[in-house]
Design a protein around this ligand. Structure first.
Ligand SMILES: CCCCCCC[C@H](O)CC(=O)SCCNC(=O)CCNC(=O)[C@H](O)C(C)(C)COP(=O)([O-])OP(=O)([O-])OC[C@H]1O[C@@H](n2cnc3c(N)ncnc32)[C@H](O)[C@@H]1OP(=O)([O-])[O-]
Ligand SMILES: NC(=O)c1ccc[n+]([C@@H]2O[C@H](COP(=O)([O-])OP(=O)(O)OC[C@H]3O[C@@H](n4cnc5c(N)ncnc54)[C@H](O)[C@@H]3O)[C@@H](O)[C@H]2O)c1
Length: 311
């Protein structure tokens, strides 16, 4: 992955932001989600700068993107593997990396943040970016559960701030939730919707409300599934099978919770319980808390409701 300084000198200096189009995207955070967002933007022909906290994590994001692009190319270019190889190379060529968020923001038309789900860290990052990014740059957070309005609270450009909530794995999941706050301008909202379509997603819109649409329905479903398990009504495997065959879900609630990570789910439930203590849907789960305490986080730790340890 080229260092952004070379790329900026080579390609951004000549380009000035076109009035409307989003052509230069900066993604902050190259983890599970950020690497996927960088990948689909580059695959759509946009110049992408990926910002991480250190070179090692940048390289990790680079290989994750490369691997994922190969899976996409294998499907999309089944009949023409060499075209598939060029697709991977050309897409990777549009992505540069840096560990300096201000440098990464310098030529962005859009900045998508996908860093750790922590309000203070997100707010601090966006306050820094507000100083460094051009005035026209739109800011968006990929947060699963936090308030976009609160994340934007320390920024001047509240009219150019929204939520772009992608789903895991980003290259596969077709949905993008485009979230506008009371301050998001119509022009910003329109550009976010257009960009979402350009990167191949079907966009829906909702207000800046906890969990937006999917998570607000998904988290209570998981919490209720855990309560079903705690009551001994059925096993995780049978509950998962029931939801896959009975409701057509690709994964059952326990498989999905293992896939996303129990620390993420616990963080969401705890945050919403604090905001809405009277809502029984978000009552914390003893079993989930115990699993997180024991480090049983799901796929990422090798064990959750199911075991993923290599035999
Ligand atoms: C419950 C708690 C909720 C709270 C947390 C909320 C978190 C967040 O805010 C919201 C979410 O994201 S919620 C989460 C929302 N997400 C969900 O609900 C996920 C639901 N689960 C699924 O959709 C499927 O189980 C998976 C796609 C995950 C795996 O599918 P599978 O069949 O078991 O296994 P497969 O065969 O490996 O993959 C199938 C095909 O996909 C392709 N591919 C896969 N990964 C790829 C990648 N990284 N790159 C490129 N391509 C990738 C692969 O090539 C293959 O293509 P082919 O044509 O067959 O060769
Ligand atoms: N995991 C999911 O299923 C999922 C789905 C949708 C949305 N989200 C949201 O996306 C965000 C990221 O989630 P994730 O699962 O990709 O997490 P992750 O831990 O895989 O990735 C986060 C990355 O951000 C990096 N980071 C942290 N602080 C940074 C900073 N100041 N500057 C640059 N990089 C920084 C970390 O090094 C890490 O690599 C969270 O807000 C999460 O709620 C997660």
């Amino acid at each position: 992955m080229a260092a952004v300084s070379q790329v900026l000198k080579r390609s951004f200096s000549s380009s000035s932001p076109m009035a409307g189009a989003i052509k230069n995207v900066t993604v902050i955070g190259g983890g599970l989600m950020g690497s996927g967002i960088a990948q689909i933007a580059a695959a759509a022909g946009q110049k992408v700068v990926l910002v991480e906290t250190n070179e090692k994590l940048l390289q990790g994001a680079n290989s994750r993107i490369n691997e994922s692009l190969k899976r996409v190319a294998k499907k999309q270019f089944k009949e023409n593997p060499s075209a598939g190889e060029s697709f991977v190379q050309e897409t990777m060529g549009r992505i540069s990396g840096t560990t300096n968020p201000s440098e990464g923001a310098a030529s962005a038309d859009l900045i998508v943040e996908a860093i750790v789900e922590n309000m203070g860290i997100k707010q601090k990052l966006f306050a820094t970016l507000d100083e460094a990014a051009p005035k026209h740059t739109i800011f968006a957070s990929n947060t699963s559960s936090l308030s976009i309005t609160e994340i934007a609270s320390q920024c001047q450009r509240k009219d150019k701030f929204g939520g772009l909530h992608f789903f895991n794995p980003v290259p596969v999941m077709k949905l993008l939730e485009v979230v506008r706050t009371n301050d998001t301008s119509d022009e910003t909202y329109k550009k976010m919707m257009e960009w979402g379509q350009e990167v191949g997603k079907t966009c829906i819109t909702c207000k800046d409300t906890p969990g937006f649409v999917v998570n607000r329905l998904l988290v209570p479903q998981l919490a209720e599934a855990i309560r079903m398990l705690e009551r001994g009504d059925a096993s995780p495997r049978d509950i998962d099978t029931a939801m896959k065959l009975g409701a057509g879900h690709p994964m059952g609630p326990f498989e999905l919770a293992d896939y996303v990570g129990h620390d993420t789910t616990k963080f969401i439930i705890d945050g919403w319980h604090e905001k809405m203590p009277e809502n029984p849907l978000f009552k914390p789960s003893e079993l989930l808390n115990k699993m997180v305490k024991e480090g049983k986080l799901g796929v990422k730790s090798g064990e959750g409701f199911y075991s993923y340890k290599k035999k």
